[in-house]
Design a protein around this ligand. Structure first.
Ligand code: SF4
Length: 135
């Protein structure tokens, strides 16, 4: 068997087509800052550790009109607007790793606020994702 050469890494859409237009790094930066400023995106240093970032989760819970414990359950990862599909992972390669990625979990695209969010964070726009039940 011949040695297969590794292909050059290219950013292609699913199926090898031309990828859809995606946000630019500067748009991502701007939209992230808007999410922090206007929609309480946080916490700044997320973690799964119980009890961590109490001030943030209590404040977010108050804004959401739920208690802190419930606010902690509401993460980007279970938000209606979190798209962490394989196709989005491919598109997000165009956004360089940055300070918001550090220890924040897996990347997803926030389809509501249009930026790269992370599964350990949350924001005031959070909405419960609807899961389809099997018949
Ligand atoms: S709207 Fe949802 S996915 Fe977007 S930043 Fe807020 S919690 Fe995360």
């Amino acid at each position: 068997m011949e040695d297969a050469e590794m292909p050059d890494v290219m950013i292609l859409g699913i199926g090898g087509g031309i990828p859809e237009a995606f946000l630019t790094p500067s748009e991502n930066r701007r939209n992230t800052q808007t999410a922090i400023r206007d929609w309480m995106l946080g916490p700044e240093k997320p973690t799964n550790e119980p009890g961590a970032n109490r001030q943030y989760w209590a404040a977010l819970g108050k804004a959401m009109r739920v208690d802190e414990r419930e606010a902690r359950r509401r993460r980007c990862s279970n938000c209606e607007y979190y798209d962490n599909s394989v196709e989005k992972q491919v598109q997000m390669i165009t956004i360089p790793w940055n300070e918001w990625d550090v220890n924040a979990g897996f990347r997803g695209h926030c389809t509501k606020l249009d930026f790269v969010c992370h599964d350990l964070r949350s924001c005031q726009v959070w909405e419960e994702r609807e899961y389809e039940e099997e018949d």
